[in-house]
Design a protein around this ligand. Structure first.
Ligand SMILES: Nc1ncnc2c1ncn2[C@@H]1O[C@H](COP(=O)(O)OP(=O)(O)OP(=O)(O)O)[C@@H](O)[C@H]1O
Ligand SMILES: [Mg+2]
Length: 454
């Protein structure tokens, strides 16, 4: 099905000409005045409108055209309305843009230029619609703040739903930045423990000497500096969830104590004599290979089987291709709000570069890059350069047909002049065009007539 295009012009002849030129690519509907324009707009919902400003009853002024413009935009503010104006007056053009016109093209319109312009308008309209659908999906598809339409992510969400209500330990596996902590929080949120504490400990961030008292707490006087009794993190998580991040980093002596706690749900504070019974759900995570640790003797096998009753594996971002742009867009939307630049979007090159990147740092890297790009970006559009995604990753710079044509024209004209020693008639004949056309080209391209050689 061809996209719908509405042409509003009071000149019957122009309408017919345009229809001729554009009917191959678009389903063209036409209107001659404001009332007809509104009618056609409402009945055929075109994504793009070509609007002449000089409409009856006052075709000599832009007023009726500008009124039509506001009326159509009031009906659908996403419509892309391109103004065709013979009144090359700057103030009119500015008023049209101020009212919400998408672009402006002079009259008589150059058909090649118009076609390129229309193509871009429809493309942008299409992107916007896709973006809107995505926004809707975002609201429907997020799972405890996690996004993922990829099948493996959906199955992770399913597993979370299933395991959350139980109290069995869960081990979350996945590369760095794949969302392990988010999963741990989701498990807590989906469980009956959601109103109780969620205590997260990064086992790689605590020095070995402090780890035991950090986890289990200590009694007053248990060691030098233990001036008073202190509860440990495990105790703080009572009735809730304890998240042991980077569990592969726990030193062996502590592993023994942790195992005992997991078996009996009881702890003793350092220097304490009394056993404390707790009700704590343990969720752990690692990006290390625990099996290897077991072979090397750095991780206890019995502890592994205790913590890994249920295992969830998070796929790396590069294997969730369909989620990449989705995540990027949602991050951009949130971050641009946060930093006070609402409405930032990715240019098509930027999205392409994002899809092509391999994301070694996974979701975290994506998020950081989007944040930096949002801060660095100068216009409304984030570019591959803002994202610091290499040129090799992104599309070649696009040139318009007009640029390409001018380059070729310039080469031909310069060459013909050179070859014919600056004689215009001979050069024009060589290119198969008339003298006046040749002069016109020279003027358009800013080429000076060379001094004839003696
Ligand atoms: N599916 C997702 N949807 C939305 N945001 C996500 C998703 N996965 C991860 N994130 C975001 O990416 C960042 C990294 O996630 P998280 O900290 O959970 O990963 P991790 O696997 O624990 O990383 P690390 O191994 O570095 O500790 C966080 O800011 C998180 O909000
Ligand atoms: Mg983490």
């Amino acid at each position: 099905m061809k996209p719908k295009l509405l042409i509003v012009d009071d000149d019957e002849e122009i309408r017919t000409q345009m229809k001729w030129a554009l009917a191959k690519d678009y389903d063209v509907v036409m209107a001659g005045d404001r009332a007809q324009a509104r009618e056609q707009f409402q009945s055929s919902h075109p994504a793009v409108v070509l609007l002449d400003l000089g409409l009856p009853p006052n075709p000599a002024t832009p007023e009726e055209g500008l009124a039509t413009l506001s009326e159509l935009l009031a009906l659908d503010k996403q419509a892309k309305i391109v103004i065709i104006t013979g009144q090359a007056e700057r103030s009119t053009a500015l008023r049209a843009v101020g009212t919400g016109a998408y672009d402006i093209i002079g009259k008589p319109a150059d058909m090649d230029e118009l076609k390129i312009l229309l193509k871009r308008c429809f493309y942008v309209a299409h992107l916007e619609r896709e973006y809107q659908q995505m926004q809707q999906q975002l609201n429907n598809d997020s799972f405890e703040g996690m996004l993922g339409t990829n099948v493996r992510m959906q199955s992770v969400f399913d597993s979370i739903r299933k395991v959350a209500p139980a109290s069995a330990p869960v081990l979350i596996l996945g590369e760095s930045g794949t969302g392990k902590e988010m999963v741990a929080r989701a498990i807590h949120q989906k469980s009956a423990r959601r109103d109780k504490p969620f205590v997260a400990i990064n086992c790689s961030a605590i020095p070995e000497s402090l780890m035991e008292s950090e986890l289990f707490g200590h009694e007053k006087g248990a060691f030098t500096g233990a001036h008073q009794q202190r509860k440990g993190r495990i105790e703080a998580a009572n009735e809730g969830t304890l998240f042991l991040d980077e569990i592969g980093e726990i030193p062996l002596p502590i592993q023994v104590k942790l195992l005992r706690f997991l078996q009996e749900q009881r702890i003793e504070r350092v220097g304490g004599r009394q056993e404390i019974t707790l009700d704590v759900r343990v969720v752990s995570a690692t990006n290390a290979n625990l099996k290897k640790g077991m072979q090397l003797g750095t991780f206890r096998e019995d502890l592994f089987y205790r913590i890994a009753v249920i295992q969830l594996l998070l796929p790396p971002l590069r294997e969730r291709e369909e989620d990449i742009s989705f995540l990027a867009q949602s991050f951009l939307q949130r971050i641009s709000q946060e930093i006070g630049k609402p409405g930032l979007t990715f240019g098509p090159d930027a999205l392409r570069a994002i899809r092509l990147h391999s994301w070694p740092g996974n979701v975290r890297e994506l998020q950081n890059r989007v944040r930096r790009a949002a801060i660095m970006s100068e216009g409304k559009r984030v570019t591959p350069q803002d994202l610091e995604l290499g040129q090799a990753d992104s599309a070649p710079p696009s040139i318009t047909l007009k640029d390409a044509r001018e380059t070729v024209e310039r080469q031909m004209v310069t060459m013909a002049l050179k070859k014919n020693a600056g004689k215009i008639t001979a050069a024009a004949t060589e290119l198969g065009i008339s003298r006046p056309t040749f002069y016109e080209l020279m003027e358009k391209l800013g080429i000076q007539k060379p001094e004839p050689k003696e």
